[in-house]
Design a binder for this molecule. Structure first.
Ligand SMILES: [Zn+2]
Ligand SMILES: [Zn+2]
Length: 143
């Protein structure tokens, strides 16, 4: 059988055809979505924050985040919904990371490159140290 996988939610083995989760979990997720969307459709709930939605519907925060991220709950209609930035966790409404983190990415990459160069230099030094290990020891004996 091809495309057989463990459901990331319940761990059961299922055929991964249309969805990343099994039929059972998918149905459960849709029920949860119905709950949230029914709640949000009420006029007085339009301005609810994710936490309020969570408290009123008892749907998991991460699931509500997912619905917003997938665009199933439109932040245009519900301005206080959002989902966390993948980098710092700040609530955002579009993309994968917040504006601050986007700005930091360039700097971050620079730092990563510097860190890599530093490690390489240290490795080279260590190798050099090893190759003259004998000399090093004799020196140490002398002092
Ligand atoms: Zn499942
Ligand atoms: Zn961020």
């Amino acid at each position: 059988m091809k495309n057989v996988a463990n459901c990331p939610k319940c761990g059961k083995i299922f055929v991964k055809a249309l969805r990343p989760i099994c039929q059972h979990c998918y149905k459960e997720q849709e029920d949860q979505f119905d709950k949230v969307s029914t709640f949000m459709r009420k006029k007085q709930n339009r301005m609810s924050s994710i936490r309020e939605v969570h408290e009123q519907t008892e749907v998991e925060l991460t699931l509500i985040h997912q619905f917003v991220r997938e665009g199933r709950l439109q932040t245009k209609s519900f301005p206080n919904l959002g989902y966390p930035c993948e980098s710092c966790g700040e609530i955002i409404k579009e993309g994968r990371i917040c504006g601050g983190c986007t700005a930091n990415i360039t700097t971050g990459l620079d730092n990563l490159q510097k860190e890599k160069e530093f490690q390489e230099r240290k490795d080279a030094e260590r190798r050099a140290e090893k190759s003259k290990g004998a000399t090093y020891h004799s020196l140490k004996d002398r002092f």
